[in-house]
Structure formats: C-alpha cells, structure tokens
Design a protein around this ligand. Structure first.
Ligand code: 5GP
Length: 201
C-alpha cells in the first residue's frame, strides 16, 4: 500500500474529535477525505450507510476479518466491532486524497505503527471525565449502560495520549479547531494560514 498521507484523530468517545474531523474536512486546501469505517454496531440517529459507516452484521464483519480485508480492526465495545477496510484507504488514495480517520486509540496507534512516516496521529483530550459524562448524556443517543461503558474505556484511553504524535486539548472548541487545522496543514504541506482562513466569530 502506498499513496497520500494518513491523519488519525483518536480520543475517548465524547471528546469532540468528530467535530474536529468534520471541520477539517471542510478545508479544501487540506485535500482530505474521510475514511468510512466498517462497524457492526447499530445505526444511531441520522447516520447513513456508506456515509458515516459501512454498517454490517457481526458475521459479515467476521468474514472480512477472516479474509484479511482490514488494515486494522477492534472490538471497541463488546460485540461492537469497528475496522478500517484496506479497500477504503486505497479508494481514497486513488482519488488523490489524504485520508483522515476518526478511530479508537488502539486502532489509531496500530496504523501509526504500520505507516510511521506517512501518518500523523493526533490525540484529542477532553477537559475531564466528568465533562465527558455530561457531553455523552447531552448527546442522548445511547442508554446509561452504554454511556457508562464508554466512560470506563475513556480512563484507559487517556493513558495512551503520550504515544501519539500530538495531543490537542479540547477545552475550548474554537482553539482546538484552529490548532488541529494548523497541525494538519503543516503535515500535508498545504499552503495555509489557519489564522486567516478561520471566519471570525
Ligand atoms: P461510535 O460508536 O461513537 O461511532 O464510535 C466508537 C468508537 O469507535 C470511537 O472511538 C470511534 O472513533 C471508534 N472507531 C470508529 N471507526 C473505527 C475503526 O475503523 N477502527 C477502530 N479501531 N475504531 C473505530
């Protein structure tokens, strides 16, 4: 496998990494395309197949594991498998894009290990576990049990932050967006000045 750059954003669920990734995707000079992951978890809210995820059954997911189709995969929560299909990254590279990932910490580090030079691995740090709880509850897309599962995992994930190339503290969203934009622009070699391009709010 070869091609463009790989930009990974990993963080505990509720840290705001998805918001950051969406913001970056709107910046044309970064030439990014989102790596749509495969997952066996059920659809949430307005999510669409082939846009947010490739939704599939557990048995379909396991078939892909067996065939060696994944660049990386994880059972992020029990019976909820998530993975990056190699065909997805190749599709985006063929289109001449840099690929951006919103994936869990273990998957992110796995890709970084496979492609150390091509990859920028960024960890997004939430203000605190309490703030995470508030954000996940506000999202109100999941049961308390699922939220507690995500919180329990978050504490473990926070400990992996030093293994990433960069850590962005998402205490103030505007600042985090700007920082992320600058980091990625630098890495992909985009002719960019985030200060000038961010609309004043
Ligand atoms: P959610 O269910 O909130 O969409 O995602 C749960 C977690 O799975 C998030 O941390 C998300 O980044 C991660 N995730 C999504 N896609 C992938 C993937 O392809 N591989 C891995 N390892 N994690 C993923």
């Amino acid at each position: 496998m070869e091609g463009g750059k790989l930009i990974i954003f990993s963080a505990p669920s509720g840290s705001g990494k998805t918001t950051i990734v969406h913001h970056l995707l709107e910046q044309p000079e970064l030439n990014l395309a989102f790596s749509i992951s495969a997952t066996s978890r059920p659809r949430r809210g307005k999510e669409k197949h082939g846009v947010n995820y490739y939704f599939m059954s557990i048995s379909e997911f396991k078939k892909h594991i067996k065939n060696g189709d994944f660049l990386e995969w994880e059972e992020v929560y029990r019976d909820n498998f998530y993975g990056t299909l190699m065909s997805e990254v190749e599709r985006l590279w063929k289109a001449g894009k840099n690929v951006i990932f919103d994936i869990d910490v273990a998957g992110g580090l796995r890709i970084k290990k496979k492609y150390p030079e091509q990859t920028l691995a960024v960890f997004v740090k939430p203000p605190s576990i309490d703030e995470l709880k508030i954000r996940l509850k506000k999202r109100s897309t999941e049961s308390d049990e699922k939220i507690n599962m995500r919180i329990a995992k978050a504490s473990v994930e926070l400990a992996t932050a030093p293994q990433f190339d960069k850590v962005i503290k998402n205490y103030d969203l505007e600042k985090a967006l700007k920082e992320a934009h600058q980091l990625v622009a630098e890495f992909v070699g985009a002719d960019n000045n985030a200060e000038e391009q961010e609309p004043a709010s």
